[in-house]
Design a protein around this ligand. Sequence first.
Ligand SMILES: Cc1cc2nc3c(=O)[nH]c(=O)nc-3n(C[C@H](O)[C@H](O)[C@H](O)COP(=O)(O)OP(=O)(O)OC[C@H]3O[C@@H](n4cnc5c(N)ncnc54)[C@H](O)[C@@H]3O)c2cc1C
Ligand SMILES: NC(=O)c1ccc[n+]([C@@H]2O[C@H](COP(=O)([O-])OP(=O)(O)OC[C@H]3O[C@@H](n4cnc5c(N)ncnc54)[C@H](OP(=O)(O)O)[C@@H]3O)[C@@H](O)[C@H]2O)c1
Length: 280
Amino acid sequence: METVDKSTGQSSLYNATLVSRIQVTPQLFIFRVKPDQPTFEFKAGQFTVLGLTWSSPCLPGTGPGAYPPEKAERLIRRAYSISSGSQERDEIEFYISLITSGELTPRLFQLQEGDRLFMGAEGKGIFTLDKAAADKNIVLVATGTGLAPYISMVRSLALGEGCPTRTITILHGARYSWDLGYRAELESLDRNCPHFHYVPIITRPTEDTAWSGRVGRLDDWVARPDLAEVCQVPIKANQTEFFLCGHPEMVMNCATLLTTRGFSEGTRKEPGNLHLEKYW
Ligand SMILES: Cc1cc2nc3c(=O)[nH]c(=O)nc-3n(C[C@H](O)[C@H](O)[C@H](O)COP(=O)(O)OP(=O)(O)OC[C@H]3O[C@@H](n4cnc5c(N)ncnc54)[C@H](O)[C@@H]3O)c2cc1C
Ligand SMILES: NC(=O)c1ccc[n+]([C@@H]2O[C@H](COP(=O)([O-])OP(=O)(O)OC[C@H]3O[C@@H](n4cnc5c(N)ncnc54)[C@H](OP(=O)(O)O)[C@@H]3O)[C@@H](O)[C@H]2O)c1
């Protein structure tokens, strides 16, 4: 049964502590959470659940407003991809965007370091690099915070096995260059690892005049005839696998485009070469 301690205002279900909150922009934060349990098992690419009670305060000016009093002690739970490398077991990292009208993120963004929250007991999901054949090139495509599982994947490789030996390319789409979280880390890996390529692309260049890189939506880039040169891999279903994560329309549009080029999602019997994670 869920109860709230009257002196602290905290739920008996809280089992983790926010240890750091790093601002990328006012709407984009990297949160690091320490679970009370000694180890947290997950594979790179998996997600877990974060939760706060309805009575937890929202960032001023955000949130959906009033809620029925009987909900006060109940948890609002949402799935979040883990961005930590899979060797890290002590603190777990998340890359989260603020949905100003949302139920949970306005409360998460109001948390301060040391505050308590609920976190799932382990990683979940099948959006993991081990679902791809070991000898295939990998293209990881993300909008916004859909980058999080790929950070976990490349950190797991970089911390564990060193630079990847097969080609791994990240295409990251964001509105503005300042929304390109983890950019410095990915640029550094790109410089240091011959088989790793980072391709940042922004969609609103007229409001970001200092940007001189690639522009446009990811589905338009995936449709381009020169996609192989952009990704530095053959766009062939027997040589390369695609992961798509983030905005559901981007995921569906890119999946449709790649299907016409011979890529397919797996079935129970056959592993696929197209891996999808839609965020809503
Ligand atoms: C497997 C999985 C992993 C996820 N990982 C992450 C992650 O790493 N980082 C992250 O920020 N989010 C992630 N999400 C989304 C997250 O679970 C929540 O949906 C999101 O944080 C909004 O929660 P909320 O309670 O604030 O808003 P809600 O009250 O749940 O949502 C309000 C509405 O906002 C829209 N919405 C939801 N998410 C987004 C979004 N990211 N961008 C734009 N509109 C949105 C939807 O239309 C939704 O109906 C993931 C979702 C899934 C299913
Ligand atoms: N700077 C900001 O104002 C800011 C920054 C971060 C987050 N937020 C808030 O956080 C939430 C999530 O924002 P986000 O930027 O992380 O994610 P987002 O809104 O999903 O946008 C991320 C990227 O996906 C693109 N995109 C949107 N719809 C698409 C589609 N159908 N097909 C292909 N690409 C598509 C966007 O391009 P378009 O530019 O063409 O939409 C953008 O480049 C939003 O509610 C937003 O208000 C705002």
